[in-house]
Design a protein around this ligand. Structure first.
Ligand code: CA
Length: 228
């Protein structure tokens, strides 16, 4: 049984969602379903799934858009479902960060087998993969956890994504608009001060006198994280 593994299915066809959810739950997975892209992205932030099953054609956006957004801030395995048996789309899907794809109609057992393969592969990678921010602070992307001196730091989803963005792009200066675009929903009509507030919160939560400013202010431009 797959204990403590959470799978997010983003699929607008209710019958397919139901079949997959039923079969995966029977295998012991925790399953959450979303019928639109927006709902899926929101759920993703809330539940931090171990794997995403993603339909290519959704009513409000394409699976490609979602794929792009998810892979900026996470390395969650993505299994793409597509009704189109189109080679170009398959390649694009994989280039955009999907880890595997299946063409509808599919055999549910085949989907489950692929899910298990992706999770096993991910686990192997994640055992050795974490991102050091300082000697004392590190990110474990697999579990969406930030550890300071071995203790988990409680970050909210957006605070985590913000930190991960900087950690994965050392020395790159991000403007507030860029950060807002990347970390928040593309449709989010937010104030750029939201970014300042979140940066301050992350600094406060990671507060480490040995490294006074994990995320540095670049005056007149934005923020960056210094790299080794
Ligand atoms: Ca669909």
């Amino acid at each position: 049984m797959e204990i403590d593994r959470t799978i997010l299915i983003i699929e607008d066809e209710e019958s397919i969602l139901d079949i997959l959810a039923y079969a995966l739950r029977k295998e012991g997975f925790r399953v959450h379903g979303a019928a639109t892209g927006q709902q899926g992205l929101q759920l993703f932030d809330g539940i931090a799934p171990d794997l995403v099953i993603l339909d290519l054609m959704l009513p409000d956006m394409t699976g490609f858009d979602i794929c792009k957004r998810l892979t900026v801030t996470s390395n969650v395995p993505i299994l793409m479902l597509t009704a189109r048996d189109d080679v170009v789309d398959k390649i694009i899907g994989l280039e955009l960060g999907a880890d595997d794809y299946m063409t509808k109609p599919f055999d549910v057992r085949e989907v489950i087998a692929r899910v298990k393969v992706l999770l096993r592969r991910q686990q192997k990678v994640s055992l050795s993969s974490y991102i050091n921010i300082t000697d004392h602070i590190r990110i474990e992307p697999r579990s969406h956890t930030v550890l300071k001196d071995g203790q988990a730091v409680m970050l909210k989803p957006k605070e985590y994504e913000l930190l991960l963005l900087f950690a994965q792009n050392r020395n790159r200066v991000f403007s507030r608009e860029e950060i807002l675009d990347t970390v928040w929903d593309y449709a989010y009509d937010g104030d750029i001060r939201t970014v300042d507030v979140h940066v301050q919160r992350v600094r406060k939560k990671l507060n480490d006198p040995r490294y006074p400013s994990v995320i540095e202010t670049v005056f007149g431009v934005g923020y960056k994280m210094k790299g080794e």
